[in-house]
Design a protein around this ligand. Structure first.
Ligand code: PMP
Length: 357
């Protein structure tokens, strides 16, 4: 930190993205990306050009066509939707809009690390709510906390999901606070709370194009909720980054929404691959949580989490290991790749086991 760095943010602990090493080629199962390319519609210049605003002009600050396409696909009105530069940007807007020195935040002790980063950045008082013994989120643990609540559903890195109705109970029990449901992984087997946003005006759903729609590099996410919540987020957006979604990404997003079968087919393939990976790991005596996401959270009987991560990396396979909290230190998070990638992972695990003394 230079001597010029603002004291406002000096205590911020930045997010550590999954590693992207370039020293050799890896089977990359560490950042929950989709192994399939974006929809051919999204990659077709002819298609995308029909939605593309000329690039000498600023992108549409309202992202109107994209908002309409999203609203159509979600069964809500355009004023219920706000697109962002990845869902991380939407989460940041939500922290800025709904958390403050007088309104703290609550989220699980084991969840997406970015919530703690944002809470630290803005100095928001944080209540970490422990996951239950089986790593599930207990809805009752969030009743009447008097705080803004962030819940990833399915949760990361566990992959466990709550039924939408349980999240609805949390929203119903906190009528004076916003409940943000981060549905980054919902398309792989979770149940979306989007329909519940019409019943609970304090429920904000956040989704992304990075996972099920294979567009992590294009950076596109969105929020869905009551028009008043969306207007609040817009207020922040116009104070931070008015042209937050670039024209190319917006056009690709519309093209992707026009090709829903492609997304559905890929999600189904990933679910099939996840079941395969889960059964293969269990056949090797791993403990594997029941995932509704495009990754599994698993514990080896033979290696600690750090050792398994390091051993696999040495064999050219990247997975993600979290040293903290201690409760999850024996686990690794493995993204569900193609069948070929998963077979390479399983072969590497078998070799590591054979090399054990
Ligand atoms: N929420 C969760 C739970 C995630 O795991 C991620 C991916 N790191 C995000 C949000 C952010 O995704 P993006 O900014 O790519 O939309």
């Amino acid at each position: 930190m230079s001597r010029f760095f603002s004291e406002l943010y000096a205590s911020a602990q930045p997010y550590t993205p999954g590693e992207q090493p370039r020293d050799r080629s890896y089977v990359k199962l560490n950042t929950n990306e989709n192994p399939f390319p974006p929809s051919t519609e999204a990659l077709s210049y002819t298609t995308v050009k029909t939605f593309l605003r000329p690039l000498n002009l600023y992108s549409d600050p309202e992202s109107q066509e994209l908002r309409e396409a999203l609203a159509n696909s979600l069964g809500v009105a355009p004023e219920n939707v706000l697109p962002g530069n990845g869902s991380d940007e939407i989460l940041n807007f939500a922290f800025m809009a709904f958390c403050s020195p007088s309104r703290g935040v609550a989220f699980p002790d084991v969840t997406y690390g970015f919530y703690a980063v944002l809470a630290g950045l803005y100095g928001i008082d944080t209540k970490l709510v422990p996951l239950r013994e089986d790593f599930s989120v207990g809805a009752e643990d969030y009743f009447g906390l008097g705080r803004t609540i962030f819940l990833a559903n399915p949760n990361a890195p566990t992959g466990l999901a709550l039924p939408a109705e349980e999240i609805g109970r949390v929203a119903g029990a906190n009528p004076d606070n916003v409940v943000v449901v981060d549905e980054a992984y919902v398309d792989f087997g979770g149940e979306s709370c989007v329909p519940l946003t019409q019943r609970y005006n304090n429920l904000l759903v956040v989704q992304t194009f990075s996972k099920s729609r294979s567009m992590a590099g294009a950076r596109l996410g969105f929020a869905v909720g009551d028009a008043a919540l969306i207007a609040d987020l817009n207020r922040i957006k116009y104070a931070v980054n008015p042209y937050n979604v670039n024209s190319m990404t917006a056009a690709m997003g519309i093209a992707t929404l026009n090709d829903p079968d492609y997304t559905l087919t890929n999600c189904a393939a990933i679910v099939t691959a996840r079941l395969y990976l889960t059964s293969q790991l269990r056949a090797r005596d791993f403990e594997v949580l029941e995932s509704s996401a495009n990754f599994v959270f698993a514990k080896s009987p033979d290696f600690g989490g750090e050792a398994l991560y390091a051993g696999l990396k040495e064999k050219g396979v990247l997975v993600r290991h979290f040293a903290k909290p201690e409760r999850i230190a024996d686990y690794v998070r493995i993204s569900v790749g193609t069948r070929e990638q998963l077979d390479a992972l399983l072969a590497a695990i078998d070799t590591l086991r054979e090399e054990l003394p």
